[in-house]
Ligand binder design. Structure first.
Ligand code: PXG
Length: 287
């Protein structure tokens, strides 16, 4: 496995960063998770744009232009001869001293690209649907650490993941500080009620898979809305599914012990999975 670090390809064993890098010391950095399907990188520009937006708010200036970053991702995939891959792009603050102040960082932001395989959930869950719960840890409030930032500080999500895992579940709903449904620990959430798709309008990451689902809904004349969602609406929905680059689209059939619809993956969920598959097979940046 060849890993890209600051313009060079190194073996996994040599792929290391300094213990003084603020990405390591404070989670001070940005990242993206991207997928490629049969030699096509899916929504690469959108992922790189989101990476640079996170970096902009964190006031981290990546040493590459967006165009150069896109080329670096493609070059890493080529170097690893991977046709179907999960791609992790990381930009850290760089090396500094043992204080928080980014102004005292003397190093350049470090760019790392890892390409590998990932399967998040067992295949059975994609066929039969998954069961999830709501966890006590609420999603960060936007005024503190906006969930739209895909930063290296994922402790909010990891604490929620621990709660899910301790209770025996793979994924969990996180509420926003007002008690509305925000998203899951690493996925966005959708419900279907009376043929209408709904997904939370705030307090969550602006997921790229979520945006693809909304675009596919518009294309196929399915009604879709972004709004505040309560847990009651999730419990009483006809269908529910989660979206994410790693997870893709996965049906949810039970939430907090309540069956969703008839407790089976629903027809609109299945239709969306089919449309998403076609989209990932036919679109993307070729390498
Ligand atoms: N919400 C959160 C909090 C995420 O981290 C998504 C939604 C989905 O966004 P995209 O753009 O991928 O459709 C994510 C991204 C993992 C893992 O190992 C998951 C993500 C990121 C990193 C790791 O489960 N999901």
């Amino acid at each position: 496995m060849k890993i890209y670090i600051d313009g060079k390809f190194v073996d996994k064993k040599e792929a290391t960063v300094s213990v003084f890098d603020h990405g390591f010391l404070y989670g001070d950095g940005a990242f993206e998770g991207i997928r490629s399907y049969n030699g096509l990188v899916f929504k690469l520009k959108e992922h790189i744009d989101r990476l640079y937006e996170t970096a902009h708010t964190l006031m981290i200036e990546a040493p590459l232009t967006r165009k150069q970053m896109i080329k670096a991702v493609v070059d890493t995939l080529k170097a690893n001869k991977l046709k179907d891959a999960y791609i992790r792009v990381i930009v850290t603050r760089g090396e500094g001293d043992l204080g928080l102040d980014p102004k005292k960082c003397y190093g350049k932001p470090c760019v790392i690209i890892i390409t590998d395989k990932i399967t998040l959930y067992p295949k059975e869950m994609y066929d039969k649907g998954m069961e999830i719960i709501t966890v006590p840890t609420v999603r960060n409030c936007p005024e503190a650490l906006n969930p739209r930032l895909k930063s290296l500080n994922y402790l909010n999500n990891i604490l929620a993941k621990i709660e899910a895992s301790n209770a025996g579940y793979c994924e969990a709903i996180m509420l926003d500080p007002q008690g509305y449904v925000a998203e899951c620990t690493g996925d966005n959430i959708f419900i279907v009620k009376n043929g209408i798709l709904s997904t939370p309008s705030q307090g969550r990451l602006k997921g790229i898979t979520r945006d693809v689902v909304l675009a596919l809904a518009a294309k196929s004349k399915m009604k879709a809305e972004e709004r505040l969602l309560t847990r009651h609406e999730v419990y009483t929905a006809d269908e529910c599914f989660l979206t994410g680059t790693a997870a893709e689209i996965i049906p949810v059939v039970k939430v907090d012990g309540r069956a969703i619809g008839d407790g089976q993956p629903g027809p609109l969920t299945k239709k969306m999975i089919r449309m998403f598959k076609a989209e990932t097979t036919n679109t993307g940046i070729k390498y």
